[in-house]
Design a protein around this ligand. Structure first.
Ligand SMILES: [Zn+2]
Length: 383
């Protein structure tokens, strides 16, 4: 079994699991730091590992454009190229094509677009996108999907959802075709077996989400992702979608909520049975000088901290909190020293990974809801 359900929390739908992929095992629920360009911004792979990262996310669209597949293939794949030997999930870049690329044109065949930075024209079929991720040596591969923005008219959302299903089917076929000797699906102990997740789309329409989930389950994937969230919708709508789709997905498969979110989002969704998360928030906020702490968000530049010699978060034991004061970090940000954004990024990633560690422990002890309540009451105290 590549995904093992270890324990079901008795106070919520939260679950403890273990996902085995080619480069190692991942305890779930997990948070995946985002390394879009083959680097988690401002952090070394060693710092990530020391912070407890078990898997990171990278992006096929960005790496295909720069440095290009040849460069990464010659390095022996993305793991070697970036010197990270633990699991990597690659996003297909569907979301980036729909949000960044210029002059895109979608057809049932695939999507043509112009690169957002040099204007060169490209055409991706779903099969191309699988092949790119195989070249990268990804552990978990995401199919090309069509993302829509919020709000989106229902007929438009339906077309995108149906196309997403069709592309998912073709992606599975593309992934399996090289290994037809195993009857189209490789055995879990095959060395470089990558997992393929199906992505549930359907915007904010429950009937579309339901149809999409049902069709994807019929086709059969190694895991299921909920896409098209964090695209500008209000928080309660995001929670509703996550909960609604999570209920439709098979118990025995990992569930991944794409691009979410804040600590509150993670707790809310983990409570509905989501197993995997990724988000740029901890590193992006870190570079801007906002720290996530057990008592809420803290703006490092705040004049209040000019002579505050406490660590960012007194209850955190990351390298930044063990060694530096708020006053010093504030000074680094005010003088635009690189170390400042590195330390706050490091703290934020550590904070997120520790939060997931605590979530897993709480599930194990059947006290997820109590943990969530306690965490949020501290977190919102100084909000
Ligand atoms: Zn810290």
């Amino acid at each position: 079994m590549m995904f093992t359900l270890i324990h079901q929390d008795k106070t919520s739908k939260a679950r403890l699991g273990k996902l085995a992929v080619a480069h190692g095992e991942i305890n779930t629920p997990c948070f995946m730091p985002v390394g879009t360009q083959g680097t988690v911004k401002a952090l070394s792979p060693q710092e990530l590992e020391n912070s407890g990262a078990q898997i990171i996310l990278s992006n096929a669209y960005h790496l295909f454009l720069r440095p290009g597949l040849e460069v990464i293939k010659k390095a022996g794949g993305l793991h070697n190229f970036m010197s990270w030997q633990k699991p990597i999930l690659t996003d297909s870049g569907g979301y980036q094509i729909f949000s960044l690329a210029l002059l895109r044109k979608v057809s049932d065949e695939g999507v043509s677009f112009q690169s957002h930075f040099d204007g060169l024209k490209h055409f991706f079929t779903p099969q191309d996108v699988i092949s790119i991720q195989q070249d990268l040596g990804s552990d978990i591969v995401m199919p090309l999907d069509e993302c829509v923005h919020y709000p989106c008219a229902k007929d438009q959302a339906e077309v995108a959802m149906k196309r997403t299903i069709d592309w998912a089917r073709r992606s599975k076929k593309a992934l399996g075709s090289q290994f037809s000797v195993f009857g189209g699906h490789r055995t879990p102990d095959t060395e470089h077996r990558e997992l393929l997740f199906g992505i549930v789309q359907g915007a904010t329409y429950e009937d579309l989400r339901k149809t999409c989930a049902e069709r994807l389950i019929e086709i059969g994937f190694d895991g299921y992702a909920i896409g098209g969230v964090s695209v500008g919708e209000p928080q309660n709508l995001r929670y509703n979608i996550a909960e609604f789709v999570s209920r439709l997905l098979p118990q025995e498969s990992p569930r991944y909520l794409m691009g979410v979110g804040t600590p509150e989002d993670l707790l809310e969704a983990a409570g509905t049975g989501i197993d995997m998360f990724d988000c740029v928030v901890p590193t992006r906020y870190g570079r801007n000088g906002t720290a996530f702490t057990s008592i809420g968000k803290l703006t490092v530049r705040n004049a209040l901290f000019s002579q505050d010699y406490k660590p960012l978060d007194p209850s955190c034991d990351c390298y930044a909190c063990r060694n530096f004061s708020r006053a010093y970090l504030r000074h680094l940000f005010n003088t635009e020293e690189i170390l400042g954004l590195r330390l706050v990024s490091l703290h934020n990633i550590y904070f997120y990974l520790q939060l997931m560690q605590k979530v897993r422990e709480a599930i194990r002890q059947d006290r997820f809801m109590a943990f969530k309540k306690e965490f949020l009451s501290n977190y919102n105290k100084e909000g």
